[in-house]
Design a protein around this ligand. Structure first.
Ligand code: ARG
Ligand code: ZN
Length: 481
């Protein structure tokens, strides 16, 4: 195992005279506040993050490069035993740092191969390594934990986190906006993307699906099987997914517009007949969306249908999750569009979620318009006729303050209306140039709303700040934009 002590310092940055022991170990037992009493100025405690909607999700002081998540799950007892290795680079000298973890019992934490002290404070796992970590150093944290994982209830009342299936054959792990902390100790914010490898060991006869590609399936003793999955493209934690149960698995390939061979793997719960007509249309959906948005951003695609009645589908990276009865074609179109907008081009702050949901909703309008249904312009006319008093217009897509409004009608529908209004303002050609450039420029990156406004202004050669302000920030029906 790699030692924290060695190098990795950023060129040009003064090498700090670490490793030095940190004397917070005793203080830790008294709780997180004790960490503010630190001996050295050059070493800081990492803190929890500062997302405007979820201030305790995400952390500071480091940048995660990779998660190796090793799970062992027994559906009958809903028991998880896990070891996660977090490989990160310190963005400042650290005496301690936080990971987000909700529930479960932590039995051991090691940093750089040495036992570390840790404490829990709500969903913060606060870790004090035996030796401070130098700025720029790559360090590995191994967390051993387990127990009964939590179902996390969102501000809007929906379930996420680790959700056992209705039939009792397994569970599904879903993470938007914050549920991933129920199973991965993580920097649980969309802005810290990292590679992800998940292995899941389950009783024989049960299967385990996750993001990316299936690397191996191996026997563990006589009674268990281990599934190893890997995501090579970076992923925001909320897009990580595990589905455990009994599935009918089908594979296909799709030739992308830029000539790559995309592997398709679908897993449909056998309790749902083991197939989904809408998911079978994925190649046609990919083709249409590549035509609008440019090359599909990942090497893997697919879908998973599981009998967890959460009431929503989720754009889990490369392999969206669909609840119990399987999706409509419109939902497949929506979750697939998120692979460009949300998954590849990702948020920095949850307040910009219209950049995910407005775009995915607009993709549904594009699809219906090219398949005999309402065109985007017709959707616009219909929705714009909604009275000014309607919940569609308030709160505005970017200025809501209650996290319960994250998945509300303004974010989805007024968000999509914003795109159609933009199209009418700058013209169809420039509009699609904006969408494609956005997807290409920020592929596998993180964005903020202001960057989208700037790009639209650049492509169209017009000032659009007032237009976007009226559409996204004023809690009234937009007029005279
Ligand atoms: N992003 C998902 C979609 O648009 C919806 C997630 C809803 N989650 C929730 N907690 N309400 O398909
Ligand atoms: Zn969506």
């Amino acid at each position: 195992m790699r030692r924290v002590a060695s190098g990795g310092n950023v060129p040009g940055v003064t090498r700090l005279p670490f490793i030095r022991p940190v004397s917070v170990v005793g203080a830790l037992a008294a709780g997180a506040l004790a960490l503010t009493v630190l001996p050295a100025v050059a070493v800081d405690p990492g803190t929890t993050g500062a997302d405007t909607l979820f201030p305790t999700s995400g952390n500071s002081g480091y940048d995660v490069k990779r998660y190796d998540v090793d799970l062992d799950y027994t559906p009958a007892s809903n028991q998880l035993a896990a070891v996660t290795t977090v490989t990160a680079v310190a963005t400042k000298a650290l005496s301690s740092f936080h990971l987000d973890l909700e529930g479960l019992d932590v039995s051991d934490v090691e940093v750089g191969g040495q036992t570390a002290e840790f404490s829990r404070d709500g969903s913060e796992l606060i870790i004090a390594p035996a030796a401070a970590i130098a700025k720029g150093a790559t360090f590995r944290t191994v967390v051993t934990y387990g127990g009964t994982p939590s179902v996390h209830t969102d501000p809007d009342g929906s379930d996420e986190g680790w959700v056992p299936t209705s039939s009792g054959d397994g569970a599904v792990a879903l993470g938007e906006p914050v549920g991933t902390a129920a199973w991965i100790p993580s920097d649980n914010t969309p802005s810290d993307k990292a590679k992800l490898a998940v292995t899941i060991t389950v009783p024989n006869g049960t299967q385990a699906i996750s993001n990316g590609r299936l690397v191996s399936r191996t026997k563990v003793g006589d009674t268990r099987t281990r599934y190893a999955w890997r995501s090579d493209a970076p992923i925001s934690t909320y897009l990580a997914m595990v589905a455990i149960g009994r599935f009918s698995i089908t594979r296909d390939t799709y030739r992308s517009v830029d000539g790559r061979r995309i592997r398709i793997l679908n897993a449909v719960d056998t309790a749902n007949g083991g197939s989904s007509a809408a998911i079978d249309k994925l190649p046609a959906v990919l083709k249409a969306e590549e035509g609008w948005f440019g090359p599909y951003p990942f090497a893997d695609a697919g879908g998973v249908v599981d009998d967890a009645a959460v009431g929503y589908a989720l754009e889990t990276q490369t392999r969206p999750f669909y609840p119990t009865d399987g999706p409509s074609l419109g939902t497949v179109v929506h979750e697939t569009a998120h692979q460009w907008f949300g998954d590849s081009v990702s948020l920095t702050d949850w307040h910009d979620i219209w950049l995910n949901e407005g775009f995915a909703t607009y993709a549904e309008w594009l699809w219906s318009g090219s398949h005999g249904g309402l065109t985007p312009a017709q959707h616009f006319t219909r929705l714009y006729a909604t009275p000014a008093s309607s919940g569609l217009w308030s709160p505005a897509p970017r200025t809501f303050t209650d996290a319960a409004d994250l998945f509300g009608s303004p974010v989805y529908n007024r968000g999509a209306l914003t795109l159609q209004a933009l199209r009418e303002k700058i013209g169809t050609r420039d509009f699609f140039t904006v969408l494609r450039t956005w997807a290409r420029m920020h592929r596998h990156g993180n964005v903020r709303n202001a960057q989208f406004v700037k790009l639209a202004e650049k492509v169209s050669g017009r000032r659009l700040d007032r237009f976007f302000h009226v559409w996204l920030e004023v809690p009234r029906k937009p007029q005279g934009y």
